[in-house]
Design a binder for this molecule. Structure first.
Ligand code: HEM
Length: 482
């Protein structure tokens, strides 16, 4: 497509914490870890393939930035590397014992139950539902006059929740989307932060202060899941094949739980998976869209080219089933946004047995860290690592991105089950938003990326909404305000 050929674009370097010259002392480290773990990294962490992190309060750890070593950990010898205690502790108190936190046979059984909903065929079948959720979001945004300042993070999160309702949870959440988003955000903000209690490994029944503050959000989410399950049990859908409403993730989970023999899911696993798929399925995609809109506001040339691509593909017929293959630049914007602001910024594993990675011995019990935030900005793996350049992900250059230097969705058997779903969703929603609106950062607002479980903008993402005229033909260039 000609638009793709418009690259290279001007060099935009978005904000990010400066690497430290030397490691923090224990107290400063703990403060940074609980406030924003992105602030603990030294220059070395952005430059070296391996960094031995000192054995401070959370014990010795090895940071791995070497793509071959990462392949060994996540793929070749993945059975030797399990999610570690600190990560599990934080994840389990937010999304419980679902697919994300399960291991071994329980993980395999759960993954098998939900896998059909994420096959290539199922995901492309979700195209119309994703487009409808984007259009509903556009209608909500259209109600605000030109010049309104909106929290884009909140808006994108609502669209992502709507996508889940129209695809995976077809009876809906039985709670207004904005309310689900609010409870979920507050809960993950509170419960998803590392606390001193976590670091010291104190018993989990001692609730941290942050957790106490978000108890009401936790209760609201939990009651919502109970209502969803009870309603589905009271009125089960018709058997598969008799209508479009028959099969979704709730039916898949409940059917597995109701099996009388074999390895059915427990009640707790069903509940926790509902919570897992709501949490994992909207926060990450909602923030990926928000970061993309933020980056585009700093790169007007890329934004104009992406708008032109969206206009050309969507044209005046918004019912047209555009797939992501038709939107190479918009897709590249999403992929480059996930490089600079990976919404899952941190992976960690503990070795069960001794191993060797990249020629380095790993002792049983060692903690290895794979940090997409660092890997994606690594000085030896990327040229101009801090510069926003979607051209890297255009079809003619995409092949040269090393597989294990770019891990927004992880890799190996534990790779994000929703990766194709999320990439399709984010690309389609972004294209539709770009064809109708332009967003610029609210004056005076400084964006600070902060790591919770997801990578989010501290204090949200206030942006000014500008309406673009709806295109009347497939031609580009409709960028005059209404
Ligand atoms: C931009 C959006 C997304 C990003 C960046 C993302 C990122 C990730 C990453 C990095 C992992 C692997 C974690 C690890 O290895 O420790 C993961 C796992 C997972 N993701 Fe996503 N995700 C996204 C969207 C989604 C969506 C849309 C869903 C579901 C609707 C989803 C559900 C899951 C689940 C259930 C797992 C656990 C898989 C397993 O362990 O078998 N994610 N995600």
């Amino acid at each position: 497509m000609t638009i793709a050929a418009a690259a290279p674009f001007a060099r935009y370097r978005p904000p990010a914490p400066e690497p430290l010259e030397r490691p923090l002392g224990t107290l400063a480290f703990l403060r940074a870890l609980t406030s924003n773990p992105l602030n603990v990294w030294t220059r070395q962490a952005y430059e070296e393939p391996f960094v031995d992190l000192p054995g401070n309060v959370i014990g010795p750890r090895l940071l791995v930035n070497d793509p071959e070593a990462i392949r060994r950990i996540l793929v070749e010898n993945e059975g030797n590397y399990l999610r570690d205690d600190l990560q599990l502790r934080i994840l389990r108190r937010t999304i419980g014992l679902g697919l994300f936190t399960a291991e071994g046979a329980a993980w395999r059984a759960q993954r098998k139950v939900v896998a059909p909903l994420f096959s290539a065929r199922a995901v492309s079948g979700f195209l119309p539902a994703m487009a409808a959720a984007a259009e509903a979001g556009i209608e909500r945004l259209s109600a605000s006059p030109d010049g309104t300042v909106l929290d884009v993070a909140e808006q994108m999160s609502t669209i992502a929740l709507d996508v889940l309702e129209r695809t995976l949870f077809r009876d809906g959440f039985r709670t207004p989307l904005a309310e689900v988003g609010r409870h979920s955000k507050r809960f993950v903000d509170g419960a998803g932060a590392v606390t001193i209690l976590d670091v010291l490994g104190l018993p989990e029944w001692i609730p941290g202060l942050r957790l106490l503050r978000v108890r009401s959000d936790q209760r609201a989410l939990s009651a919502m899941v109970d209502r969803m399950i009870a309603a589905r049990r009271a009125a089960p859908p018709k058997p598969d094949g008799e209508g479009p409403e028959t099969r979704d993730i709730l039916s898949a989970l409940l059917a597995a739980a109701d099996r009388e023999t074999g390895i059915g899911l427990s009640e707790r696993e069903v509940r926790d998976n509902v919570l897992t798929f709501i949490g994992a399925g909207h926060e990450t995609t909602g923030y990926a869209l928000s970061w993309a809109l933020f980056l585009l506001s700093g790169a007007p040339d890329v934004r104009a080219a992406a708008e032109a691509e969206a206009d050309a593909v969507l044209g005046s017929d918004r019912e047209a089933p555009a797939g992501i293959a038709d939107l190479p630049l918009v897709r590249a914007v999403i992929e480059e946004s996930m490089r600079l602001y990976p919404t899952a910024p941190f992976l960690s594993r503990v070795a069960r047995q001794d191993d060797v990675i990249g020629g380095r011995p790993i002792r049983a019990g060692s903690l290895v860290l794979i940090v997409p935030w660092l890997l994606h900005r690594h000085r030896r793996l990327w040229s101009d690592p801090d510069v926003f350049d979607p051209g890297r992900f255009l079809p003619d250059r995409r092949e040269s991105v090393p597989r294990f230097a770019y891990l927004p969705f992880g890799a190996g058997p534990r790779v994000c089950i929703g990766s194709a779903f999320a990439l399709q969703e984010a690309t389609l929603v972004l294209a539709r938003i770009l064809s109708r609106f332009r967003f610029d950062l609210a004056p005076g607002h400084v964006i600070e990326p902060v790591q919770r479980i997801t990578l989010r903008p501290r204090g949200g993402m206030p942006m000014i909404l500008r309406h673009r005229a709806a295109p009347t033909s497939g031609l580009a260039g409709a960028d005059t305000p209404r």
